[in-house]
Design a protein around this ligand. Structure first.
Ligand code: APR
Ligand code: PHB
Length: 392
């Protein structure tokens, strides 16, 4: 269930191993291909896309980055990621581009993706008794149907049918951060070669990009802020005020997309209920500060495919039994990194003492090689570097 990065990549990995699947997606193909999300691929994520044959366009069009900038107290500090993280780097490539590449690959291989088809209920998994799992859906024409299967993979995001199905049985850990991000996509050449994470007393801002002509920027805003309160001029003025440093100039251009996202952390435990497996945002949400969302989804389905193939082809459930615990160890590590970055970079209104602590933490981070190395290793390759995918 779900044609985001998790569901599509899982379907692709399973097909390569000879396991048939059907992807049900409630939105249209156009919608999922245009949906703007984050865009930082960890070293291991990019390597997996290469290894399974869907990395071609990412390698041609993605931007390889070897460092990030931390900007605070009016000064710029470069964290040399590649140097500190054993030669590894990140690729800046929009999530919806990964989604397009995966859809193309599945359809070219004759895979089934049912767009405009919403899963409305799941039965036959551990929570509902019966032995044969089935997904009830409503298709584009409004017709109800049922799909019988061996296992159901809930890759349907934070608001999907699988999260709803396990609600009474799962333990859900959640935390709502007291701010939101206003994100924009602007037709302006990036005014920086590397991502800038900027802490300012007015609030956090992030300068990212999608191509040599498209900038992606974010501003910390109050949760629930109406978009109407943010006309173009106010957005650019606020970005300029927060990002200002001597000798650096921001480029401005037409804003072609904008949205406000709440910042929250969620973990659902466990990630498996009999024949229902959760992966990606259906199982966990991280605040976007560490750019880990898509990387976690990819790491989940890599393990899930490795577990389902022996289960379905040879009745060997040993890896399936380990799936949840192996994922959750990595997920909590990512929650820790994302929360730590979030708390260090987002000032809280009226909390001056906390603001000074943030500056002290940043000062330590950029002047301690050990602290910078910790950030670099986790930012560049949290899922692969510590053996959190391979289980090493
Ligand atoms: N039936 C079918 N499809 C559904 C249903 C449903 N009941 N509910 C949701 N979906 C679809 C959504 O429309 C979406 O396309 O499931 C898909 C889930 O995709 P994502 O939200 O992209 O989640 P995931 O694949 O886990 O990828 C995680 O997405 O939100 C970002 O930051 C997050 O980068 C991370 C990534
Ligand atoms: C993005 O490019 O959208 C992006 C980059 C880094 C983040 C979050 C989002 O931490």
């Amino acid at each position: 269930m779900g044609a985001g990065p998790a569901g599509l990549l899982l379907s692709h990995l399973l097909a390569r191993a000879g396991v048939e699947s059907v992807v049900l997606e409630r939105r249209s193909r156009e919608y999922v291909e245009q949906r703007v999300r984050a865009g930082v691929l960890e070293h291991s994520t990019a390597a997996l896309l290469d290894a399974c044959g869907v990395g071609g366009r990412m390698r041609r069009e993605g931007l390889v980055h070897h460092g990030i900038e931390l900007r605070f107290a009016g000064a710029r500090h470069r964290v040399p990621l590649t140097e500190l993280a054993g030669g590894r780097s990140i690729v800046v490539y929009g999530q919806q581009e990964v989604v397009k590449d995966l859809i193309d690959a599945r359809l070219a291989a004759g895979g089934r993706i049912e767009f405009d088809t919403e899963a409305v209920g799941i039965e036959g998994w551990e929570g509902t008794g019966g032995a044969t799992p089935a997904v009830h859906f409503v298709d584009a024409a409004g017709r109800a149907g049922t799909l019988s299967c061996d296992v159901v993979c809930g890759c349907d995001g934070a608001h999907g049918a699988s999260r709803a199905a396990v609600a009474g049985r799962a333990r859900v850990f959640s935390h709502r951060h007291p701010f939101a991000w206003l994100g924009i996509l602007a037709e302006a050449p990036p005014a920086t070669e590397e991502l800038i994470y900027c802490r300012h007393d007015r609030g956090f801002s992030l300068y990212s990009m999608r191509s040599p002509t498209l900038s992606r920027l974010y501003l910390q805003v109050e949760p629930g802020t109406p978009l109407e309160d943010w006309p173009d001029e106010r957005i650019w003025d606020e970005l300029a005020a927060r990002l200002h440093v001597e000798g650096w100039e921001m480029s401005v251009g037409p804003i072609v997309e904008r949205s406000v996202t709440d910042m929250q952390s969620v973990v659902v435990e466990p990630m498996r209920f009999g024949s229902l497996f959760l992966a990606g945002d259906a199982a966990h949400v991280v605040p976007p500060t560490g750019a880990k969302g898509m990387n976690l989804a990819v790491a989940d389905v890599r393990l899930l495919a490795e577990a389902l193939v022996p289960l379905l082809q040879a009745g060997d459930g040993s890896l399936a039994d380990e799936y949840s615990a192996r994922c959750l160890r990595r997920v909590w590590r990512a929650q820790e990194l994302s929360t730590w970055m979030t708390m260090m970079l987002h000032p809280l209104t009226g909390e001056d003492f906390n603001g000074r602590l943030q500056l002290a933490r940043l000062d330590h981070l950029v002047h301690s090689e050990g602290a910078s190395r910790w950030l670099a290793e986790n930012y560049v390759d949290l899922t692969g570097g510590a053996g959190l995918v391979t289980g090493a």
